[in-house]
Design a protein around this ligand. Structure first.
Ligand SMILES: [Zn+2]
Length: 172
């Protein structure tokens, strides 16, 4: 990390989701920068000066509060945006536990697939949904054909090929 990145960072960074490859933006700031610390000093001095008097030691409490809450806010905002909104993939969680990250994507898919807004979105998971529908359609067709065969109805081609069939044996 260079000195310039400690002082100033661009608000957003562009990247791609490692799971669904969708293009996405996320906040580049994970922690407070030097500029934020400077802003917290100024803020605590101004607010402390307005309440008590300039350079009152109690301003230090305000400074600590501003630094603490700012750091928590910036980190939680970064953490929230790390999760892909198209597929629910969480790269931070994946580094800790790939199984939990996989389970989270599955849960995201099962939750979102019921929503009409998701069906109309451009999520790459819709390809998975379409192939799942196609697979279910083919399985239903196979079950239907099996059911007909087990129900005693022999397809026409099979009865022609079977020489023992009474219908195809010529009578003498
Ligand atoms: Zn994704």
């Amino acid at each position: 990390m260079g000195l310039s990145s400690l002082i100033f960072r661009p608000a957003k960074e562009h990247g791609f989701c490692a799971f669904c490859r969708a293009e996405r933006k996320y906040p580049s700031k994970k922690h407070l920068t030097v500029l934020d610390v400077f802003a917290a000093i100024v803020l605590s001095l101004v607010v402390g000066g307005a309440i008590w008097e300039m350079f009152d030691p109690r301003s230090f409490v305000l400074f600590t509060f501003a630094i603490g809450s700012g750091e928590v806010f910036i980190f939680l905002r970064w953490r929230h945006h790390m999760v892909c909104r198209y597929c629910g993939f969480d790269p931070v969680l994946y580094n800790v536990s790939p199984n939990r990250a996989r389970e989270k994507v599955r849960q995201f898919y099962e939750d979102k697939i019921k929503s009409p807004n998701f069906i109309l979105s451009k999520s790459p998971l819709l390809e998975v949904y379409r192939s799942q529908l196609e697979r279910e359609r083919v399985l239903r067709k196979i079950e239907y054909v099996k059911g007909r065969q087990q129900g005693g109805l022999v397809p026409r081609e099979a009865s022609k090929l079977n020489p023992t069939s009474s219908s195809s044996t010529p009578s003498l």
